[in-house]
Design a protein around this ligand. Structure first.
Ligand code: BGC
Length: 761
């Protein structure tokens, strides 16, 4: 342990306590006491701690023995992760995290189960609403801020679901087959950023298998990568019922099983029989105790919980997350006083959908509706309401007709459509990305009769918008938490200038999406991440597929301009950095916020790499005509790829393009830089290495060149020799033995000699 998270004296106490525990006590503490709490050891004064869902608010069950979905203690329901991710505002995420931390303290919860940084591989994934982005950098940075916020209040987090748990279909058993590079650069990257930056107290391992091994028993994942490489100090908890083989899990680095179950005798027997090294059990016990002691030391009395302030924060956060997708002829913000009658249409305006279904479902402290909140901001304009569709997306011809008539006679229509909760739930993926037919029919009917129509979308993940060309204004409001109704009213009326940017690409059609051919299963219990590193915006860019709305897209009621990109290029060692500055100016007439997005791409990579990858971003508030200069520091890791042969991150020297975008598809500025790499990844030569590659290696070249020269001569020189050399270039070293040029032993000696040299490339 590095002692960054858990102070040395607590670590020492944890070690000391672990030494005093009996085998039974040690086995018992690695298995939950019930559904939500850990096993205490009264004899030694070791308390129990309470873990409760997240991630959008505290979901504490009234009983430690029951899941408590639907009857948890009331708490502020903040915007879901898909919304908050679209705010691109790390300070806001930190604030929301802090509010969640305070509520956890009040409720006696020591660990909040979240945030979730699984990535939106497909828009079909049922839990996308619970995840922050399709992009690992955005997801990782936002998660780090949330963790800092919660933990700043003395409450732990559980970064989840570790790892490659990108779907609901078969989530308890599916085997995610992900190549090493994709895993490192995409799916693990979000976790790595959050772990390294924010030191979460715990991580939650996923249900699924990863490349053949259940995550709950995956040593490479839980120990080699998480602890040895990234330095995680806290404990790892299983997702609820993710454990398959408890002793094997402990051996792999899964410290705590939740919820409780009859695993203790098995763990004890495994130790007694020598199947589980007691030292591995001790390590798990110490990890748990370190956090239990930290939690105990972090308990703070909260005098009064200011629920109203948290509700206001939920409203602000929801408003910051709303994405203005389209706004022709500046229909928005509504000039509400001049609008005449406002036709507010759609059941969601009166009975809002504000969160997804499943374990994250918070019982809110209160719920605002768009109908009420728009009523408060409308001035003298009358608002008339029509349902437009039936519950759960059912069609209702009478309601449709009523809505159409209302819209026809109004000055402006606001139509609220989206996904019913059955389409966005934990445990089930979607089968399409369409809105219910009744919602699309309603939109079309209103657009037919009312040119001033604003469509408000309420959904947790991308949807298809077949009527987009006819709709003058579209607002993506997400599942914005309990105060979403007010936030939408704020944006529609211009009280808040929208500044959200899509944290996921909206495709024209499902067939365009990266995982279309491989989601959710290959039919043999596996899901193969066949698109590799080309996920999300990387895919659309590489395939030149125009999305409906690109990643990072979002309009404002003002305009911004970027200028003066400067890059100080550098030589790169592990501690090198490239400093970028860029100026952004508010060129419109309202104050607003812009998200500056920094993308990086290697110009002529030796492995297939995305043309542009998000590496940094910042959200900046600007008054009209104000400008600010932003500075970003990129390190060698921002230019590196994961070299699977060397098993390390590698930045090749050469030319890179650094671009500034208003979205992944709206690149405003660019600069090419030539970087000199001083980072030396080992080049591994083996018997299968082709001769052309081996010749790049100084030692192997020294040994091989004379042999090849001899062969060239023996071919008689000229064209025949050239042909043979071309043929040989592709030939693995071991074939020199088949050809009788070397013996098998000589091939082995050559490989060993090449790898032995520390100064190999
Ligand atoms: C979910 C987790 C959740 C846990 C406890 C599981 O089914 O996957 O995200 O934290 O239940 O409710």
């Amino acid at each position: 342990m590095t002692g960054q998270l858990i102070p040395q004296e607590l670590q020492a106490r944890a070690r000391d306590l672990a030494r005093q525990m009996t085998l039974e006590e040690k086995a018992a503490i690695t298995v939950g006491r019930d559904f939500w709490t850990t096993q205490p050891v009264q004899r030694l004064g070791i308390p129990s701690i309470w873990l409760a869902d997240g991630p959008t608010g505290v979901r504490k069950s009234p009983s430690a023995h029951a899941p408590g979905i639907g009857d948890s203690l009331p708490a502020t329901c903040f915007p879901t992760a898909s919304a908050l991710g679209s705010s691109w505002d790390v300070d806001l995420a930190r604030e929301v995290g802090a509010a969640i931390g305070i509520e956890a303290q009040v409720q006696g919860v020591q660990i909040v189960l979240g945030p979730g940084v699984n990535l939106k591989r497909s828009p079909l994934a049922g839990r996308n609403f619970e995840y922050l982005s399709e992009d690992p950098v955005l997801a990782g940075e936002m998660a780090a801020a949330l963790i800092e916020g919660v933990q700043g209040q003395g409450v732990g987090t559980s970064l989840k679901h570790f790892a490659a748990n990108e779907q609901e279909t078969g989530r308890m058993y599916v085997d995610s087959i992900v190549d090493e590079r994709t895993l490192r650069e995409i799916y693990l990257r979000a976790f790595e950023i959050a772990v390294r930056k924010a030191l979460p107290w715990t991580l939650m391992c996923a249900y699924n298998r990863l490349n053949g091994e259940y995550c709950a028993e995956h040593r490479a994942l839980l120990t080699d990568i998480l602890r040895d490489e990234w330095g995680h100090e806290g404990f790892v908890v299983s997702d609820w019922m993710a454990v398959n083989d408890r002793p094997a899990g402990i051996d792999a680095g899964l410290d705590l099983q939740m919820p409780g179950g009859p695993s203790v005798p098995g763990v004890m027997a495994a130790v007694r029989d020598g199947e589980l090294d007691e030292a591995r059990l001790d390590a798990a016990v110490e990890d748990i105790l370190g956090i239990v002691l930290l939690a105990e030391a972090s308990i703070r009395p909260v005098a009064v919980l200011d629920k109203a302030a948290h509700h206001r924060l939920a409203r602000r956060a929801a408003a910051e997350s709303i994405v203005l997708l389209k706004n022709e002829a500046n229909l928005l913000p509504l000039a509400i006083e001049q609008a005449g009658t406002v036709a507010l249409i759609g059941g969601f305006a009166r009975e809002p959908r504000f969160q997804g279904a499943g374990s994250s479902e918070v019982v809110p402290t209160r719920v605002d509706t768009l109908l009420d909140e728009l009523g408060r901001l409308k001035g003298t304009s009358p608002i008339e309401f029509a349902e437009g569709y039936g519950p759960e997306g059912t069609a209702d011809a009478a309601r449709l007709l009523e809505a159409k008539n209302l819209a026809r006679d109004a000055g402006v229509a606001i139509v609220v459509v989206g996904l019913p909760s059955s389409m966005e739930t934990e445990g089930r993926d979607r089968t399409h990305i369409d809105l219910p037919n009744s919602h699309n029919d309603l939109v079309r009917a209103v657009l037919d009769v009312q040119p001033n129509t604003v469509i408000v979308l309420v959904n947790g993940s991308a949807v298809r918008l077949p009527w987009l060309a006819e709709a003058p204004a579209v607002v993506e409001a997400w599942l914005g938490g309990q105060a979403a109704g007010g936030a939408i009213a704020d944006v529609l009326t211009g009280v808040v200038n929208p500044s959200g940017k899509l944290s996921e690409t909206f495709p024209v059609r499902l067939e365009d999406t990266p995982a279309f051919l491989s989601f959710p299963t290959a039919g043999d219990g596996t899901v193969r991440f066949t698109e590799g590193v080309f996920t999300g915006h990387r895919w659309y860019d590489a395939r030149k597929i125009a999305p409906l709305f690109p990643f990072g897209h979002g309009l404002s009621y003002t305009t911004f301009a970027c200028d003066g990109l400067t890059v100080d290029a550098a030589e790169f060692g592990d501690d090198g950095s490239v400093e970028i500055t860029v100026m952004v100016e508010n060129t419109g007439a309202r104050s607003g916020k812009e998200v500056v997005q920094v993308y990086v791409g290697e110009c002529t990579p030796r492995v297939p790499r995305p043309r542009r990858e998000l590496k940094a971003f910042a959200k900046v508030a600007l008054e009209p005509e104000e400008d600010k200069t932003l500075q970003f520091s990129l390190t060698w890791r921002d230019f590196a790829f994961y070299d699977v042969v060397a098993g390390t991150w590698e930045m090749d020297g050469g030319e890179y393009e650094i671009t500034i975008g208003a979205s992944a598809a709206d690149i405003r500025l660019g600069a090419r830089v030539t970087l000199e790499s001083t980072h030396q990844a080992p080049v591994v030569i083996d018997r299968g290495t082709p001769l052309s590659n081996a010749l790049q290696h100084p030692v192997a070249r020294g040994l091989l060149q004379p042999i090849l020269d001899g062969m060239t001569q023996s071919f008689g020189g000229g064209e025949a020799s050239e042909m043979m050399m071309m043929f040989l270039a592709d030939t693995p070293i071991r074939k020199l033995a088949i050809m009788g040029v070397l013996t098998d032993d000589q091939v082995d000696d050559l490989v060993a000699a090449a790898n032995a040299r520390p100064d190999g490339l």
